[in-house]
Design a protein. Structure first.
Length: 103
């Protein structure tokens, strides 16, 4: 499991029927700033993830990859390997808030 920011969406008019109706987002994994330890920084990588929680562009979310992406009721029959499983409100590391969705 890791944190990522939603940076865009994907529209596919031709796809396997089981994927119809599922929202696909472009997500960029995040990590704690190595120097200051006070914020989250992008890693420069991107993935396509199926949304299972009603997230939106710009939000920080929790992601799972591989077979774990198919462990939810919504995804267990989908041909996917990356799913959004939560919307992040706050990240705190060593008594420092590195992310707060309210700010």
């Amino acid at each position: 499991m890791f944190l990522a920011r939603i940076t865009g969406n994907v529209t596919a008019t031709q796809k396997v029927p089981v994927m119809t109706g599922h929202t696909l987002f472009v997500v960029e994994p995040l990590r704690v700033n190595e120097k200051s330890k006070k914020d989250l920084q992008p890693t420069g990588r991107t993935f396509i993830a199926v949304d299972t929680v009603g997230a939106g562009e710009g939000e920080v979310v929790m992601i799972v990859q591989g077979s774990s992406a198919r462990f939810t009721d919504e995804t267990n029959k989908l041909p996917i390997d990356c799913a959004i499983i939560g919307i992040v409100d706050n990240v705190r590391v060593a008594d420092v808030d590195v992310y707060d969705s309210a700010n």
